[in-house]
Design a protein around this ligand. Structure first.
Ligand SMILES: [Zn+2]
Length: 150
């Protein structure tokens, strides 16, 4: 249980990292057309901002400080302005999206291995032959119902 919670937190953290990485790649390769320019107020007549991320827009920056806008939600890296202010709900959507993909990538091999062992009449945990027993005689693990064994 604690292990699964740790794995979930790890997947969410990795999902957030992938989310930011994707948004930064999109920001670094962005064209001017990706910016959204809109009226803010009379002091700063135009505020240009850009939102990046996929599948949803997850990070926002202000790519035009030359317009006199005080906000700077970006880090300058090699002449590129990488956003760091999260956008709700896009940041949560993308983090969940990438966490789910990572979870599947890392969980699938173990699931397939346990399924194949169970199908072949082996203990899913240690691959010891279990026959008709309801628990493994080698490691003591409970064996799933025989219906899954074919
Ligand atoms: Zn076993």
């Amino acid at each position: 249980m604690l292990l699964k919670l740790g794995m979930l937190l790890l997947a969410i953290s990795a999902g957030a990292i992938v989310n930011v990485a994707v948004a930064w790649v999109l920001a670094a390769t962005a064209q001017t057309g990706d910016w959204t320019v809109y009226t803010l107020n009379s002091t700063y007549p135009l505020l240009a901002e850009s939102r990046f991320g996929w599948p949803a827009r997850s990070l926002v920056n202000d790519p035009a400080p030359e317009l006199g806008v005080a906000r700077r939600y970006a880090i300058d890296v090699g002449g590129k302005r990488l956003p760091f202010l999260p956008v709700w709900p896009g940041f949560a959507i993308n983090t969940t999206f990438y966490a789910a993909i990572l979870w599947l990538l890392f969980a699938a091999p173990g699931r397939i291995r346990r399924w194949r062992r169970t199908k072949g009449g082996l203990c899913p945990a240690c691959a010891y032959p279990v026959g008709e027993s309801t628990s493994c005689t080698e490691c003591g693990r409970a064996i799933p119902s025989p219906s899954g064994r074919g």
